[in-house]
Ligand binder design. Sequence first.
Ligand SMILES: [Fe+2]
Length: 338
Amino acid sequence: MEKQQFRYLTDYYNEKIQRINNFQAPLNFIFITDQHNELVTSVVPVIESMRYILERCPGITFLVSGGDIGNDYHPDPNELRASHRRMMEAMYSLGIPVHCCIGNHDDGLGNMICNHWDTRNAILPEEMHLLCGKYNPTDKNYYYTDMDTADGGYRLVFLDCTDKPYLTDKNGQYPYGWRLEISDEQAEWFEQDALNTDRRILVFSHSPLSNAGIFGTANMTDRIKPYDDLLGGPRLSYHVRNCKRVLALISGHVHYDNIYYDRDLPQITTLCALPQKWAPGCPDRELGTVTETAFDVISVKGDTMMLTRFGAGVDRYVDLIRARNTVYSRSYTSEKSE
Ligand SMILES: [Fe+2]
């Protein structure tokens, strides 16, 4: 039996599966981020272990991938594309919608510039859209989707933190590598369209909108340089502070588990699926054991978000303070105009 070979993961899962099913949340989804597929491990075990979970948890209805999907450290741009595609096809094979936030490694430009490779081989936004936009109904790489649930429904917003100018210099090369950016156009869409709903909102992005209070954005061990702030981030932070329908922000990028409460708004980051220990506070990762991967099943019920961790790390709870306080009767834009 082929499935026997993944028992080093799934043998550990049954208690977690029971926890999810017992919680009986109206909204359940998988959140995985920073896979960096084939940099260390292949896609197969983690995806097959997700299939094991989905077969036993009918309440899980979609998957969110937080970005940094493929192996941009490979010098062959065809391998970058192939590793990205293999991860996407594996996630699509699970038979539930897969929603992607674009990560700052996904276009390949950061490593191409650092290694003096030809940046004309980058994955540009149109190609990115084809690679990971199967469930994106727009022609942009940011979008939202409305999810109907027994408790009134949610809007899920997926931001594109690589929304930078893809303009070439005089040598025909793309100059912006790791740059994290939200364009004015995306910010306007966020304010006027994405937040304009009577539903409760969860906002997903590769990098946190703001680095304040998030471990992993500075003071890392000397292998890792501090991360840049998200250009355009303060504008979005302003609106999520004011739009009380936004219950939580969920990101990857920093390869570390954080829960930081900005007043009444929790900002969550989760550990990388990539089996690497980035900081002394990260759990140990060992290939061939359950710590080989890390992803969450996120369950939302009322004012509680339960994160059940499969792989390295621990289960967590997040207090959705705004779910207790908000009257969901008017949209954000109509509130602003009053
Ligand atoms: Fe990453």
